[in-house]
Ligand binder design. Structure first.
Ligand SMILES: [Zn+2]
Length: 256
């Protein structure tokens, strides 16, 4: 693994690039996200030492995971592999030349479809470890932004990973997570706690509450500086509650 500097969500400042493959043979590179020439040169130097590059694999379409993909694939003349939904999202930016579906084995890594943070998100199982993309973070947190994310799908994908428990989770940001199941249970418990707080913050039908009201109530334990991000996560929770018939929205005001 190399941590390459990327334009990503603070406090993270790097995206981990995982190199998967046999000793001495060409490797698959997962999520070469850095657009910076010095970081790309560092990756090239390592690849040159360890036997070259076979293909580029992408967990999802976000720029901090894909910013170096096209240049890397072009330099080494290798394909770029990703889920079809990721390929669609990247149209015009990165040309995905090999489509990967749930269960496919690519260069020794088994793809596990885990939508939610992004609609085409894949994790990759390698032995007892799982390359987790943005399902969990070793540093900072995972944002479910309703413009692209879906809280219900994200929770289902966390459950899916927990049902095939990885010994070790290898996140895109921060250090490896040695007890994978414990981290997945922690994430599930935290999101369910937040959903309960959002549901409890909803007033009875009537005047309703604004997003600002609901952030203040449901995220009172979160520093105010993070409320703009919290608001996006709140909207993802509200979308889920509305679909489940537990919340309703009228002209930007929410109630039970
Ligand atoms: Zn992401």
């Amino acid at each position: 693994m190399l941590a390459l500097r990327t334009p990503t969500l603070p406090p993270a400042a790097h995206t981990n690039v995982y190199l998967v493959g046999p000793d001495g043979g060409p490797v698959a590179v997962v999520d070469p996200g850095s657009p910076y020439p010095d970081q790309q040169a560092a990756l090239d130097a390592v690849l040159g030492e360890i036997g070259g590059l076979a293909l580029v694999l992408l967990t999802h379409h976000h720029g901090d995971h894909t910013g170096g993909a096209a240049a890397l694939a072009a330099r080494w003349g290798v394909p770029i592999a990703a889920h079809p939904a990721t390929a669609r999202r990247l149209t015009g930016r990165v040309e995905v030349t090999r489509l990967v579906e749930d269960g496919d084995v690519v260069h020794g890594a088994t793809a596990v479809f885990t939508p939610g943070h992004a609609d085409g998100h894949l994790c990759f199982e390698v032995g007892a470890a799982t390359i987790a993309g943005d399902m969990v973070a070793g540093l900072g947190t995972i944002l479910i932004d309703p413009s692209e994310g879906d809280m219900a799908l994200y929770l289902a994908s966390l459950e899916r990973l927990l049902a095939r428990p990885p010994a070790v989770l290898l996140p895109a940001h921060g250090p490896a997570i040695p007890d994978g199941p414990a981290k997945l249970r922690e994430y599930l418990a935290h999101r369910r706690m937040r959903e309960d707080r959002v549901a409890a913050a909803l007033p009875a039908p009537g005047a309703g509450a604004t997003i600002d009201d609901l952030v203040a109530r449901a995220y009172s334990d979160t520093p105010r500086a993070l409320w703009p991000l919290a608001e996006r996560s709140l909207r993802a929770h509200l979308d889920k509650l509305v679909r489940e018939g537990r919340a309703r929205e009228v002209a930007g005001r929410w109630s039970t």
